[in-house]
Design a protein around this ligand. Sequence first.
Ligand code: NPG
Length: 379
Amino acid sequence: MPIARPAASVALEGFELRVLHLPLVSPFTTSFGTETAREVIVVRALTSDGEGWGEIVTQADPLYSSEYTQGAWDVALRFLAPALLDSAGTGLAPEDVARVLEPFKGHRMAKAGLELAALDAALRAEGRPLGEYLGAVRDRVPSGVSVGIQRDPAALAEAVGGYLDEGYVRIKIKIKPGRDVADTAAVRDAFGSIPLQVDANSAYTLADAATLAELDRFDLLLIEQPLQEDDLVDHAQLARRLRTPVCLDESIVSDKAAADALALGSASVINIKAGRIGGYLEAVRIHDRCRDAGVPVWCGGMLETGIGRAANAALAALPGFTLPGDVSASSRFYARDIVTEPAVLEDGHVRVPTGPGLGVEIDPVALDDFTVARETVTR
Ligand code: NPG
């Protein structure tokens, strides 16, 4: 269902942006590389009624998508934040943020972070939780975990075992050419019929279809983004050759892209990440479209801090999120978070915050400790 009741306008006075460097508890390896620290941008919206927080989920390098932190920093400070401040007049409705930013092409993660900060400010002022605003129907969400590529398949099985012991209800393993069939087999052999899926982060081409079809025998929930971001037609061809459902992540950059992918048969499952598509309001639109079409969706993760993690839990509580998401405990990635009550795993689930807005409070000391750059734009 579309947003039932819009948020009140906010009297926007400025945005403070910070680049944070958060050490990861262990290196995270995907088909595009290994990260040991998370570089992320935190946004604080300053309004006459208080503040709101958002997160720009870019990575330091443009390897997952074309966006990257220094690019997002530049576009947000140079174009996006000034445009929002100019348009604010006596007030800006959070639902108008995307329209104001639309003339600027791309940069969806940057737009999503600014929109979330404005939305959080508006909802905090109204005393309304984000989950309720978005249409959440659950008070907790099942928690899946994304496991990076390890030294070898045995090490992968060991890592997966640790997460299962913690209670995660679904495992996703990262794959790439040469690290696919044997890795998946090792996890299946060790843990039987656990809910399992694989994520290729665009590492293959249609020429690899035969290898990918070998994964069919593992009864996976899905294979995520095997081909390139703009390969919608190739994904449709691949989907016809696999029994494993194809799920798209990187390719789904908007509700329009989701509509196209479904029309072409490029995917039968969709990963919704608010950052990748320009914000939580676009996320609700994709959710609604998929729900009407009977297409399952799940909430992806971008190694969010406590800010984005709270928002993702709220989103994942919408009724169409029928598969467990990458909404894991903060401790999966961070020894210390920037919120006072980081997401924890309880019986394989993460709670949807119930306080106003994001429902989490920022730890100002942690925020300062991780900040490596800071800039404020005002009207
Ligand atoms: O739980 O937040 C999480 C991580 C989930 O694997 C995950 N994210 O491709 O989906 C992905 C991957 C990713 C992380 C991609 C960071 C880009 C940046």
